[in-house]
Ligand binder design. Structure first.
Ligand SMILES: *Cc1c(COP(=O)(O)O)cnc(C)c1O
Length: 483
């Protein structure tokens, strides 16, 4: 995982690696020891530590030992998902974990496999949420085209699609412009209020105006948890507007960043209105303890995807007819790639090793500072150097430092503040270390200790400087949990 002893940001200058590495690949292979040495010498200086608790940039990068094990199994087995028959476990495990996650987030039953009939909904794993957005946009476009062709049979498709208009807010993900470009449609970004929220009235006004100009509104991407400020669009009000349109306008809810939080009940009210959505996406690899890539997309009607992406050309070079008796998902007809990795293995191992409670705890532990405040108070009072109390206001436990004593002067306040600061740092450091030990979730520590210990011995033989550096991270890694 991350190393305690290195800076969170890199100090590389552009082209640093090109200057250090040879211009052509090595003619003969070398041993792993040599590879590892180069990794430390050349690759490490160019790393930003995304797994560091001090990485507060862009977005969280999910990861855990459980997820590494899952990835290793996925790559180790090396199977490829194509049709169900080409590797049944890949298809079925993916369907299973998508149902598990849908259940955990309390998504409407229409999003679950076998929730409503056989041609109903379900979920799939993709590389990124941007890929999910592309999948949805192309499917929404195909669905609208099929509708329009019924009433405007004599207008060519290209002429219709030139008038297709998708909507999102100015705070929606920047990838949407690119997605619209690839899908060959127009995208309109709508103003939000000062809090970054897209209002239903703004959308209704835009849709009505565009319709009078001859455009075909076909898709609205509402965001629950925008990347800039986690604002939530008015989906409860937007949904009914789109439902009333004829033909209906597709509603997609993008919760890339915030989506993982919905595995906890207390965050689910933010998804109020999801019943109106045709599809829903989130990036589990951002906030759940699972590595990239693990973007999740659910749809209510998989048939819309199949109508868009199925390869239905019997004269084609690799035509494999749809098996009509197959009640399992034919994922090759759900999106752009024909084949897929065993991504579900990663998510399944994470589910198994953490359990629902462990996963929920990973979401909850960050904003909940109550436990930390209790610890700080306990340690401060145990020291018997200063004395404080705490208080509960709403759901928060606060620390109280009363500075109204008759004899208290600024020196006393400075002294107390220094004491609080030092205790806080210590409690937080202990807490972080404990979290990392818990992240091993059921996996014995010694395996990793042995792995890293071995490297240490190798390094000592080769490079005393590096060996010393590695030694300190070895100590951190192997120290037992303090609790
Ligand atoms: C991160 C994010 C995306 C893009 O996800 P990638 O997996 O990086 O493609 C889209 N929308 C929202 C709301 C996001 O947070």
């Amino acid at each position: 995982m991350f190393r305690y002893d290195v800076q969170v940001n890199h100090q590389a200058i552009q082209g640093y690696l090109f200057r250090k590495m040879p211009k052509i690949p090595p003619r003969d292979g070398v041993g792993m020891d040599d590879v590892y040495k180069e990794i430390k010498q050349y690759i490490f200086p160019g790393l930003a530590q995304w797994q560091s608790p001090k990485h507060h940039s862009l977005l969280p990068a999910g990861g855990s030992y459980a997820s590494i094990l899952g990835s290793m199994l996925c790559d180790g087995l090396g199977c490829v998902g194509f049709t169900w028959a080409d590797c049944p476990a890949i298809t079925e495990l993916e369907m299973l974990v998508m149902n598990w996650l849908a259940h955990l987030m309390d998504l409407p039953i229409d999003f679950h496999f076998f929730g409503k009939g056989m041609t109903g909904g379900g979920g799939m794993l993709q590389t990124t949420t941007t890929e999910a957005l592309l999948t949805v946009m192309v499917a929404a476009k195909r669905t609208m085209l099929d509708h329009l062709k019924e009433t405007m049979a004599n207008v060519p498709e290209w002429e219709l699609q030139d008038k297709f208009m998708a909507y999102c807010s100015e705070q929606a993900h920047p990838g949407l412009e690119r997605v619209s470009e690839v899908a060959g449609v127009r995208l309109k970004r709508l103003w939000t209020d000062r809090e970054g929220i897209m209002h239903a009235d703004t959308l209704r006004f835009a849709i009505e105006k565009d319709k009078t100009k001859g455009y075909f509104p076909f898709l609205v991407v509402a965001t629950v948890g925008t990347i800039a400020c986690t604002s939530v669009d008015q989906i409860t009000k937007i949904g009914p507007i789109l439902d009333k349109e004829e033909p209906k306008i597709w509603l997609h809810i993008d919760a890339g960043y915030a989506g993982s939080s919905f595995i906890c009940r207390e965050y689910q009210p933010l998804l109020h209105g999801i019943d109106y959505a045709d599809s829903f996406s989130m990036s589990a690899h951002k906030w759940m303890p699972v590595h990239m890539d693990c973007a999740c997309l659910w749809v209510k009607k998989s048939l819309h995807l199949i109508n868009t992406f199925a390869c239905e050309d019997p004269d084609g070079p690799l035509y494999i007819a749809r098996d009509d008796k197959n009640t399992m998902a034919d994922y090759r007809s759900w999106s752009l790639p024909m084949t897929r990795r065993f991504r579900a293995m990663k998510l399944w191992v994470v589910f198994k090793l953490y359990g629902v409670r462990g996963l929920q705890q990973k979401i909850r532990e960050r904003p909940d500072n109550n436990e930390i405040n209790h610890q700080i108070l306990k340690q401060i009072n145990k020291s018997a150097v200063i004395k404080m109390t705490g208080a509960r206001v709403g759901f928060k436990f606060w620390l109280r430092l009363v500075i109204a004593g008759r004899y208290t002067d600024s020196e006393d306040v400075k002294f107390s503040w220094e004491m609080i600061r030092r205790t806080t740092n210590k409690v937080i450091a202990d807490h972080t270390e404990r979290q990392h030990n818990e992240d091993r979730c059921g996996m014995p520590n010694y395996k990793y200790v042995m792995l890293i210990g071995q490297e240490t011995r190798n390094d000592q033989a080769n490079d005393p400087d590096l060996a010393h550096e590695e030694m300190s991270s070895f100590e951190v890694e192997s120290s037992p949990s303090k609790i």
